[in-house]
Design a protein around this ligand. Structure first.
Ligand SMILES: [Zn+2]
Length: 308
């Protein structure tokens, strides 16, 4: 047992069943926590109702069980956490780190993704507005040197992003009243005591925003690792939109072996014929995150996992 305990998590959104790409994130986060004798938690990110598919949460949990990926503690559903999110949002507002923004969709599109802080200092009412985090006020409040957030990724190495140049003040609460992914994730990771976050490379550019929020809230910053993306033959990230197949049932052993192999853990060929439990045990014992390749362009998934 390591001390303090390592706590990892898998946090799928219930937009469909697991495919090979999401299975990789589940396995990598599971193995990293379990190899250290730690805990692995599951959180369902269900605060964006329009993106949800009914029954998907139950399907995902069943798929995890069938792959021998048993979680510790109760599953957390973000839809039950909304009260916490608003408490923390109120706190940030009370620290004068946020402001209301009334900019139209059209104006935001014309800014090409880099918000120019037009509504900062305007004291707009909270009605029909979104809430943004002020990066400049956050830097002052936290004593950070500037808006360039750096972190060391266990797989990708050093990563840095200037938030003002690439994004500008970002949204914490949408105009429709929904809490943003960035704020919800930071609060949940803190409440669940997550020490290591292993997830897909497509989320690496969310990490600096999450680190800034962690600084503003006085939270401990977890360790991050972003695994390369699994790609189809057209060079697209495997996803429901890009022809990813739902993982077939009764092929869990094969899928676990292929996933460990994809993650370059070098599972022996004999392991392919073993039980789910044996493959999981082998994976935990032999897990070595440093074997995962550092590539930003992704790695091809085995052909059987997509249709394109
Ligand atoms: Zn605005």
């Amino acid at each position: 047992m390591s001390s303090p305990q390592s706590i990892g998590r898998f946090a799928p959104s219930p937009s469909g069943p697991l495919h090979f790409g999401s299975l990789l994130a589940a396995i990598a986060s599971f193995m990293q926590a379990k190899h250290k004798g730690g805990k692995w938690l599951v959180r369902i990110e269900d605060i964006d109702p329009p993106r949800e598919v009914s029954g998907a949460s139950a399907t995902i949990l069943k798929q995890l069980e069938q792959h021998g990926l048993w979680w510790d503690d109760d599953v957390v559903y973000q839809s039950n956490q909304v009260g916490h999110y608003f408490e923390i949002l109120n706190y940030l507002e009370g620290q004068y780190l946020t402001y209301n923004c009334s900019c139209t969709r059209q104006r935001l599109i014309s800014l090409k993704g880099i918000y120019d802080a037009k509504c900062h200092g305007q004291n707009l009412s909270s009605e029909n507005t979104s809430v943004r985090l002020s990066i400049s006020d956050s830097i002052k409040a936290t004593g950070m040197a500037n808006d360039r957030i750096k972190f060391y990724d266990l797989i990708m190495g050093d990563y840095a992003q200037s938030l003002i140049e690439t994004l500008g003040d970002f949204i914490l609460r949408r105009r429709d009243g929904l809490i943003s992914y960035q704020l919800a994730v930071v609060i949940d990771d803190h409440l669940q005591g997550i020490t290591e976050i292993i997830r897909g490379f497509d989320l690496i550019d969310s990490t600096p925003r999450q680190i800034l929020l962690q600084q503003c809230l006085g939270y401990k910053i977890p360790v991050y690792a972003h695994i390369p993306l699994a790609m189809n033959s057209l060079g697209q990230k495997l996803s429901k939109q890009h022809h990813a197949r739902q993982l077939p049932q009764n092929k869990e052993q094969e899928q676990l072996w292929l996933a460990l192999n994809w993650l370059q853990q070098q599972p022996p060929t004999e392991l392919r014929a073993c039980s789910v439990d044996d493959i999981i045990k082998w994976g935990i014992t032999h897990w070595d995150i440093s074997k995962i390749p550092c590539t930003t362009t992704g790695i091809s998934a085995p052909k059987s996992f997509y249709t394109a």
